[in-house]
Design a protein around this ligand. Sequence first.
Ligand SMILES: C[S@@+](CC[C@H](N)C(=O)[O-])C[C@H]1O[C@@H](n2cnc3c(N)ncnc32)[C@H](O)[C@@H]1O
Length: 239
Amino acid sequence: MENKMLLQACCEEMQIHLSPQMADQFMAYQSLLLEWNEKMNLTAITEEREVVLKHFVDSLSLVPYLKLWDATKIIDVGTGAGFPGLPVKIVCPQVSMTLLDSLQKRIGFLEEAIQAMGLTDVACVHARAEDGGQNPMYREQFDYCVSRAVANLAVLAEYCLPFVKVGGKLAALKGPDALAEIAAAEGALGKLGGRVTEVIDVAIPFTELSHKLVFIEKVASTPKAYPRKAGKITKNPLK
Ligand SMILES: C[S@@+](CC[C@H](N)C(=O)[O-])C[C@H]1O[C@@H](n2cnc3c(N)ncnc32)[C@H](O)[C@@H]1O
């Protein structure tokens, strides 16, 4: 099946509306991703079909579970080449998306991709989560924080929950060990003001792949001591 049709079929299966313009935006994104990937390390996935399924569709699998309204503020922490935040933004153009990563080269790629796709209301932030989460411009400003493949849940929660408003949610795309990670992160979540509300098994259409979406609600403000400085979080995860 041709890639655009594959993407369309996956979106139909997930009940996501994909307009012809959005499909073209994804194709432009794919071309740029593979082109830039020859010059810098953006992704280990280099087959077009795999980009569609393992990056675009995998990211989009979040969409049916987000409650969105106009200008819902979403931040993607450790976005890399834009996953999952940029696919979400393409199919939900009404949201206000912030993509944060600590690697400047990846931010350069994202800025070019956003311009090529003609997307508006997407901000790219070059920062470590540890610094961004202490910056009043970003701290407790977002309705959702989304993240994939950045850290185990105890570390990820300290990176991400400081960005989320009380009442908002962290949505983490996790692998098969999600339940063990949740058990290990119980102490961290308590300290950071988070509570797991849902764990959803998601199958990726046209593949044997699946993942677990972990939703963590921000039930109380995060104490100012968190996130701690770079290095401390990974060396000594909260318990
Ligand atoms: C394995 S990649 C995953 C990228 C993307 N989320 C995906 O699923 O394809 C991890 C990304 O997280 C970023 N990252 C790791 N630690 C970070 C931190 N403390 N603050 C901001 N970005 C971080 C890295 O630069 C990298 O781009």
